[in-house]
Design a protein around this ligand. Structure first.
Ligand SMILES: N[C@@H](CCC(=O)N[C@@H](CS)C(=O)NCC(=O)O)C(=O)O
Length: 243
């Protein structure tokens, strides 16, 4: 059996790995694990990854979690073009610098608006002041992203697309799909998004993002499955981390 990727395209880090594999022609057997239905907490999946998180990669007996680790593993195993994960020491360090910051400041902040969409399906409203605080945290993170990482460069870690751009794009697309105008009034960041998407290609972006763009529509039509208590609890815990 070839490499298996357990994912759900609703998940930002899952999409980063999916896009990377597709763009680089890496043959992965895709195993969808439905987050809304709580399948990531099923006995079967917990035997593969006892953290119950997506994405998860299985290469024979070797199981790897954490999207950034998976992306690095795949870039090295398949020797993808050097720009993704540069062999130059300092260029590579820039990618890691971003990934570390991303885990601290981007991840956990940009996915929170989803609680607002899924909450009402099980009769829970997110308090307005929490939504407001999250909005402030998003604005602050975008400012740092623009000032510290993008600066006057075309991409977040230098002159070419790297794993950093992919991870960032996928996290930012999550609130964008819910109608947050993240790029409005941020021309440098909007131009960066345009460059990354142009590099990836419209078709691949559309394929990876169509599921998140259909969520609002489904929520309005009430055709989304009711989230499982486990899935919802995990989201609430993430939301609770926002001060
Ligand atoms: N840092 C991890 C985050 C993984 C993660 O939190 N994935 C979410 C989906 S976006 C998940 O599986 N959540 C389920 C849960 O927390 O119960 C990565 O980058 O892979």
């Amino acid at each position: 059996m070839g490499l298996e990727l357990f994912l759900d395209l609703l998940s930002q880090p899952s999409r980063a790995v999916y896009i990377f594999a597709k763009k680089n022609g890496i043959p992965l057997e895709l195993r969808t694990v439905d987050l809304i239905k709580g399948h990531h907490k099923s006995k079967e999946f917990l035997q593969i990854n006892n953290l119950g998180k997506l994405p998860t990669l299985k290469d024979g007996d070797f199981i790897l979690t954490e999207s950034s680790a998976i992306l690095i593993y795949l870039s090295c195993k398949y020797q993808t073009p050097d720009h993704w994960y540069p062999s130059d020491l300092q260029a590579r360090a820039r990618v890691h610098e971003y990934l570390g910051w991303h885990a601290d400041c981007i991840r956990g902040t940009f996915g929170v608006p989803w609680v607002q969409v899924l909450g009402p399906l099980i009769g829970v409203q997110v308090p307005a002041e929490k939504v407001e605080r999250n909005r402030t945290a998003i604005d602050q993170a975008l400012q740092w992203l623009e000032d510290k990482f993008l600066g006057d460069r075309p991409f977040l870690a230098g002159q070419q697309v790297t794993l950093a751009d992919l991870m960032a794009l996928e996290e930012l697309m999550q609130p964008v799909a819910l109608g947050y105008e993240l790029f409005e009034g941020r021309p440098r960041l909007a131009a960066w998004r345009g460059r990354v998407e142009a590099f990836l290609g419209a078709e691949l972006c559309q394929e990876a993002h169509s599921i998140i763009f259909s969520i609002l529509e489904q929520a309005a039509k009430k055709t989304l499955p009711t989230p499982s208590p486990e899935a919802y609890l995990a989201m609430l815990l993430r939301f609770a981390r926002i001060p």
